[in-house]
Design a protein around this ligand. Structure first.
Ligand SMILES: Cc1ncc(COP(=O)(O)O)c(C=O)c1O
Length: 328
C-alpha cells in the first residue's frame, strides 16, 4: 500500500530503505501459557548505530533541517538518550554537525551513549544536573553560540517528538499493518514503551488509518499518566486532523504499572521480563525503556487482558542502555 502523507508532504531524508522486521515470538507466547500470540516489531534492527524507533522521527526532522538550509542539528536528552545517539548517526549520514546537550549528573565514566555519539562526530555539552529548565537554557546558549559564528543550527525538541517526528511513527505503524496483512494476521493490540509520547501518538494515528479496532497501549517509563496522557492526545489529535482521520474513543491507553523509581531506574519486574524474553527468544531489551514495556506486556498477558489476541510488542530499540551505569 502507498504510505499516507501529511497534506504538506514534508521533506524526508532517508535513513533506511527496508521495513523493520515483524517477527513471531512463539516461545515467549508459550511461556505465558499460550493465552496470546505475541509478535514483535523489530525497530531495534533498523540499520544505523544499534537501531531504534527514533530513526523514523529523524528522517523528517533532518529533512526539514536540510530544507531550511541548516548546517547543524542541536538536540538534548539524558546521557543514555537513544534519540541523541541516533541524531548523531543521522547527522553523520546527512553531513550535518551535531550538538547534544545532555543533562546530568554525568556517569563516573562516559557510557555507551556518549562514546558512540562522539565516535560519530557529535559535540557533547554535558550538564551537572537533570534540571529541565537548565537544559533548555543550555540548548539556547548552544544555538546562540552557533549563530554567533555564522552557523545555521536546526533545533530538535527532546525525543524528536513534535508533529513532524511523530509523523515518522505513523509510517512505522502503517508499515507494520501492511506486514500483518501480508502474513494474514489481525493485530488486536500494540504494546510499546512511552516516554515523551511521540511514538505512541504516531502509532495511534497509524492504527486509526489501517485498523481502527486495534488498541495501542503505552507502558509509561518516564512521566505519570496525568502528565503524558494529554500530551499524547493533543499530538495524536493534531496529526489525525491534518491527515483527515478520526481517532477511536479511548485512543490513548496508558499502563502506569512499570514506572518504579522513575525514568532510568531499573525495576525487578523489568529484569524478570528481560530474562524471560532473552531465554525464550534470544532477544535483548534495555532496562530504561523496553524491559519495562516488556514487563507491562507480560503482566497484562498473565492478568488475562490479551486472552485470544494477537499482540505486537513494539521493540523500540535502546539496546545500548544495557551497558549504561544506572542508579538502582
Ligand atoms: C528505546 C526507546 N523506546 C521508547 C522510547 C519512547 O518514545 P517516546 O519518547 O516517543 O515516547 C524511546 C525514546 O527515546 C526509546 O529510545
Amino acid at each position: 500500500m502507498t504510505a499516507p502523507m501529511l497534506p504538506a508532504d514534508p521533506p524526508r531524508f532517508r535513513l533506511f530503505d527496508e521495513p523493520s522486521p515483524l517477527h513471531p515470538w512463539p516461545r515467549l507466547s508459550d511461556a505465558l501459557g499460550g493465552r496470546a500470540e505475541i509478535w514483535a516489531k523489530r525497530e531495534d534492527l533498523l540499520p544505523l548505530a544499534f537501531g531504534g524507533n527514533k530513526l523514523r522521527n529523524l528522517e523528517f526532522l533532518v529533512g526539514a533541517a536540510i530544507a531550511e538550509g541548516a548546517d547543524s542539528l542541536v538536540t538534548s536528552g539524558r546521557r543514555w538518550s537513544n534519540h541523541c545517539r541516533l541524531t548523531a548517526a543521522a547527522g553523520a549520514r546527512a553531513g550535518l554537525a551535531v550538538h547534544l546537550v545532555l543533562s546530568g549528573p554525568p556517569a563516573p565514566r562516559p557510557g555507551p551513549g556518549i562514546r558512540t555519539a562522539e565516535l560519530m562526530g557529535a559535540t557533547i555539552h554535558q550538564l551537572p544536573t537533570d534540571d529541565r529548565s537548565a537544559r533548555d537554557d543550555a540548548v539556547e546558549r548552544v544555538v546562540a553560540d552557533l549563530l554567533a559564528t555564522d552557523r545555521r543550527p536546526y533545533r530538535i525538541g527532546v525525543g524528536g517528538s513534535g508533529v513532524l517526528g511523530a509523523y515518522g511513527q505513523v509510517l512505522g505503524a502503517t508499515e507494520m499493518f501492511d506486514q500483518a496483512v501480508e502474513r494474514g494476521l489481525h493485530v488486536d493490540a500494540i504494546v510499546l514503551p512511552s516516554a515523551t509520547g511521540g511514538t505512541q501518538a504516531g502509532l495511534i494515528v497509524g492504527a486509526a488509518l489501517r485498523s481502527p479496532q486495534s488498541t495501542v497501549s503505552g507502558v509509561l517509563v518516564a512521566r505519570p499518566a496525568d502528565e503524558l496522557g494529554p500530551v499524547i492526545l493533543d499530538l495524536a489529535g493534531t496529526l489525525a486532523a491534518r491527515m483527515g482521520v478520526a481517532l477511536p474513543p479511548e485512543a490513548v491507553r496508558l499502563d502506569a504499572s512499570q514506572l518504579g523509581g522513575g525514568y532510568g531506574r531499573p525495576t525487578a519486574a523489568g529484569g524478570e521480563a528481560a530474562g524471560l524474553l532473552a531465554r525464550t527468544e534470544g532477544v535483548l531489551v534495555d532496562p530504561i525503556y523496553t524491559a519495562k514495556a516488556c514487563a507491562g506486556l507480560v503482566g497484562a498477558v498473565r492478568a488475562g487482558r490479551h486472552d485470544g489476541q494477537t499482540v505486537v510488542f513494539w521493540h523500540a530499540g535502546g539496546t545500548p542502555g544495557l551497558f549504561e551505569t544506572l542508579e538502582p
